[in-house]
Design a protein around this ligand. Structure first.
Ligand SMILES: [Zn+2]
Length: 123
């Protein structure tokens, strides 16, 4: 499954997916319909699904909406395996922590934060 879709569904959110429905009573002989009820004649007006890899801020926004942001960040820090225990207090320091956070949120576009959120939600 697409990982963006996987996260969307783990968050309990809808993933737009359109199917063509034949209907001879309307001009064009049918239309595209999504499970959320959105109908359209045109593919360019499909509702867009989120890309959590290209914009990791979206991951944080959705988790914040659920009121779990603090627990998610604590899990990344303590239990995700991203931060080795004896690096936490000695080698990383404040600068190291800042660099790690900036990499996850502002630089990475491969979906690291999205994949962490998927792991966290499955635990
Ligand atoms: Zn939809």
């Amino acid at each position: 499954m697409d990982k963006n879709r996987e996260l969307q569904e783990l968050l309990g959110l809808h993933w737009h997916e359109y199917m063509w429905k034949d209907d001879d009573t309307i001009p064009g002989g049918g239309l595209f319909e999504c499970g959320c009820g959105h109908k359209t004649h045109f593919q360019w007006s499909f509702k867009i699904n989120p890309d959590y890899a290209s914009d990791p801020r979206l991951v944080l926004r959705e988790i914040e909406k659920k009121g779990n942001l603090g627990r998610f960040i604590l899990w990344i820090w303590c239990d995700s395996g991203m931060v080795v225990y004896n690096e936490k207090w000695t080698e990383l320091g404040i600068l190291g922590i800042l660099v790690l956070v900036i990499k996850l949120i502002a630089i990475d576009t491969t979906g690291k934060l999205r994949d962490l959120a998927i792991r966290w939600l499955k635990e």
